[in-house]
Design a protein around this ligand. Structure first.
Ligand SMILES: O=C(O)CCC(=O)C(=O)O
Length: 265
């Protein structure tokens, strides 16, 4: 499922673009369910397109999306990259508005986490594909890029003398059915996407073995709870769906056991 070269690519550059993993029929069904989950969150309201809509626990809300977590096409790759006993961190479903400025999802360099992104519309360099800065998940480049954080807050700030969309990077142009795997410490962004650009993610962490790893998981859980309150229309007060945490699937049981032990809901 993942070759030695792909593993080297992921470890060195911090990302992997897997093309045409899902057939047209499969992605059609996935897209239909995704639209339904996001519509449900809006409780019948049309998408206003003024700000991003994000639904945490997105894939847990429907069996078709839930099946992705245990699907060999994802599970085996995550297993090959993160090793045994990796954990579920969560998922989100998004309708984006505007550009996403440069950022890493975190700077937890001692704890490996992977995001799997599905873009449900064709996206190119100029129309909102994910752009990544290869190797930026590792110091010193990871830290050297920190001035880009101020550019995200104010795009007129130009720490490297180039506009946000001219920062040297690789555009991961994709079609529905492709998957992007990336290390969450990697600097990434996107520019020029249409209002309502559809995308969802699945997030996994390596087996937590130190106090720092556990602290990271707790911190992420707390901030995701805050995220539910600020971004979701439906207020569940939970990050994870109960049925997901209580799944009979041995694969899901394996990846949520630690979350249950930590009292996450
Ligand atoms: O597609 C995008 O606009 C950016 C996605 C992103 O930043 C993320 O999922 O962390």
């Amino acid at each position: 499922m993942v070759s030695e070269q792909e593993k080297n690519h992921f470890e060195t550059f911090g990302y992997l673009l897997k093309k045409a993993c899902y057939s047209r029929e499969e992605i059609g069904q996935i897209t239909q369910v995704f639209d339904h989950v996001l519509d449900e969150d809006r409780q019948g309201e049309a998408f206003a397109g003024e700000k991003r809509q994000a639904v945490l626990g997105c894939i847990e809300k429907h069996q078709v999306l839930c099946n992705l977590v245990t699907d060999d096409r994802i599970f085996d790759i995550i297993h090959a990259l993160l090793g045994d006993d990796f954990v579920w961190i969560g998922s989100d479903g998004n309708l984006y508005v505007g550009d996403t400025g440069w950022h890493p999802d975190g700077s937890q360099l001692g704890y490996a986490r992977i995001k799997v992104a599905f873009y449900l519309d064709p996206v190119s360099r100029e129309t909102g594909c994910l752009r990544v800065i290869p190797g930026s998940h590792i110091p010193p480049l990871h830290d050297d890029l920190k001035p880009l954080g101020s550019q995200r807050a104010d795009p007129s700030v130009s720490p490297f003398g180039v506009a946000p969309n001219e920062v040297p990077s690789v555009p991961l142009e994709s079609n529905p059915g492709d998957m992007v795997f990336f290390n969450q410490n990697l600097w990434h962004a996107s520019f020029g996407g249409r209002t309502g650009r559809r995308m969802f993610t699945l997030n996994f962490g390596e087996k937590p073995e130190t106090d720092d790893h556990i602290a990271y998981l707790k911190h992420t859980y707390e901030s995701n709870l805050g995220f539910v309150k600020s971004m979701q229309h439906t207020q569940t007060g939970r990050v994870y769906e109960e049925a997901f945490l209580e799944s009979d699937s041995p694969r899901i049981k394996g990846m949520v056991a630690k979350l249950l032990e930590l009292g996450f809901k």
